[in-house]
Design a protein around this ligand. Structure first.
Ligand code: AMP
Length: 179
């Protein structure tokens, strides 16, 4: 199994959720045992020696691989959720999306100054959602932040946008935004 084979297993769904969007559907890769294992192993391999204490997953597609990777590298898992979903005291951030604002939250006691954090999501597009997640995690004063996504949508410059905001940004492979 390699990146090209996993990339080939990702389905493009035109005009979802709205006309003009080429939706990259990872479910067709997740359902293939060898692709699922490769994605988990590949992320774990890249981050296993960095002293990561917590893998933060972004709701909802960041929740699929983040816990699997966390187990593999001996870290914990922390969710970033949409507003009003977490039960205990939270910190929040509101950011502008294409259609109106969105608020995401994390438990206030989930991370602290001793943590080295990997934030994971499925797709890096413009980088706006990931930037909000980074700013949220930064509110908890962690030691280091790494960012990983499965797919980088090429041509949107998301990785460049995030450069300098965290210790490292990395994706398993790129897909052309209109591919
Ligand atoms: P962005 O904030 O522009 O980087 O968008 C990233 C978020 O939107 C991620 O949570 C992705 O899952 C989702 N996303 C953006 N573009 C696409 C796409 N073409 N296909 C599937 N998901 C996408």
């Amino acid at each position: 199994m390699n990146a090209e084979q996993v990339k080939a297993a990702i389905r493009n769904v035109p005009d979802f959720p709205i006309k003009g969007i080429q939706f990259k559907d990872i479910t067709t890769a997740l359902s293939k045992p060898e692709c699922l294992r490769w994605m988990r192993d590949e992320i774990a391999l890249r981050y296993k020696d960095l002293g990561i204490t917590q893998v933060v997953g972004i709701e909802s597609r960041g929740f699929i691989l983040a816990p699997a990777v966390a187990i593999e590298i001996g870290a914990g898992f922390v969710p970033i959720r949409k507003h009003n979903k977490l039960p205990a005291e939270t910190v929040s951030i509101t950011y502008a999306k294409e259609y109106g604002d969105d608020t995401i939250q994390i438990h206030k006691d989930a991370l602290g100054p001793d943590d080295i954090v990997l934030i994971h999501d499925d797709i890096l597009a413009t980088g706006g959602s990931m930037e909000a997640a980074i700013n949220l995690v930064k509110k908890l004063g962690v030691k280091k932040i790494y960012v990983n996504c499965i797919i980088e949508l090429e041509g949107l410059n998301g990785r460049k946008y995030l450069e300098g905001k965290v210790d490292n940004v990395d994706c398993l492979f790129g897909i052309e935004v209109d591919e």
